[in-house]
Write a protein that binds this ligand. Structure first.
Ligand code: NDP
Ligand code: OXD
Length: 308
């Protein structure tokens, strides 16, 4: 069994070692050293270049090196094959940690305390009332549900928004385009962990910000394509939004001259909210590869029509 590995951000040696620990007989071919293209059964990829997958004549499945698959569907010449995403508890835990970090940083006014410290000022702000802080999670899938439940466990007033209705203990559920504005209207902090699809592209725009209450705070750990950066800058400029915390950007790496870098109430991290760990994720890649080769459908296959 032969697997092609392609990523410019993941370490091919670490992945090869982990994959071979999970299946010693696996033949891992790291792009561009692929040998005979016809040998390759499946590909494990992050942002594959257009046409690369179509050039493999015996490919049977495409595995995303992440939870998201937008980077696979961005290939205009994508062969009509099952596209499989990672659903990894270790990745989900990191995403929960990341959003909790951002929410707590904002809720406990660490921005203000860092500024006071820089000026050598001992200044106490009013106590943060967690039960009165309304947090909204956009996307209630594997990652969003775990985030919403973790926030609710801390006592925040949590709501979630998804395509279909959800029943989650202690979480107010909103769904569909028609309930987006009422959902945003009850959020002091909004955290986006949606997949990037035709329907969700640009969803964090001027209209969405206008639907949020004055002073709302936006966290984007989904994809850069969800956020209209110019609209964010405008909403920060008028003071309608109090700040933002961004892990993902329209263009990655974020160009040095992008004004977001120097916006004082914006925190930026370089797409590190959740990082797939080869040690845990390679086990499910191998299991899915075995299923494909045995003629069974892999787990966590995505729906190309929905785009996630
Ligand atoms: P899932 O597929 O499990 O969940 C997606 C959720 O989004 C579902 O609740 C779905 O609704 C909802 N959704 C999709 N389209 C719409 C829509 N048009 N309107 C409303 N809700 C919608 O994905 P995961 O939770 O595993 O991952 C989510 C995303 O997180 C990834 O696609 C990726 O973009 C991002 N991510 C970012 C990382 C980072 O490091 N920054 C790391 C990992 C993931 P429904 O339940 O009704 O289908
Ligand atoms: C993912 C990511 O989709 O890391 O897993 O962005």
């Amino acid at each position: 069994m032969a697997l092609l590995f392609y990523s410019k951000v993941d370490d091919p040696e670490e992945w090869t070692d982990a994959l071979k620990r999970a299946e010693p007989a696996l033949d891992v071919r790291v792009w561009p050293e692929i040998g005979e293209a016809a040998d390759i059964d499946a590909a494990l990829v992050w942002r594959p270049p257009t046409g690369m997958l179509a050039s493999l004549p015996n490919l049977k499945a495409i595995f995303s090196l992440g939870a998201g698959v937008d980077h696979v569907f961005a290939d205009d010449d994508l062969p009509d094959l099952p596209v499989v995403r990672l659903v990894d508890p270790a990745l989900t835990s990191q995403m929960v940690e990341y959003v909790l970090l951002a929410v707590l940083d904002r809720h406990r006014r660490m921005d203000a305390y860092r500024a006071y410290q820089a000026r050598g000022e001992w200044h106490q702000l009013p106590a943060a009332d967690t039960g009165a802080c309304r947090v909204g999670v956009m996307g209630l899938g594997e990652i969003g549900q775990a985030i919403a439940l973790a926030l609710a466990n801390l006592g925040f007033a949590v709501a979630g928004w998804s395509r279909t209705q959800k029943q989650l203990d202690g979480i107010q559920s909103f769904h569909g385009a028609g309930q987006l504005a009422p959902f945003l209207g009850r959020c002091d902090i909004v955290a986006c962990v949606l997949p990037l699809t035709a329907e969700t592209t640009g969803i964090l725009d001027a209209r969405a910000f206008a639907a949020m209450p004055k002073g709302a705070y936006v966290i984007n750990a989904g994809r850069g394509g969800h956020l209209v950066e110019a609209d964010l800058m405008a909403a920060l400029g008028t003071g309608h939004l109090s700040g933002a915390w961004l892990d993902v950007c329209q263009e990655e790496p974020l160009p040095p001259d992008n004004p977001l870098w120097s916006q004082p109430n914006v925190t930026i991290t370089p797409h590190v909210a959740g990082w797939v760990l080869p040690r845990t994720a390679s086990v499910q890649v191998i299991e899915n590869l075995r299923r494909v080769l045995a003629g069974n459908p892999p787990h966590n296959i995505v729906d190309p029509a929905r785009g996630y």
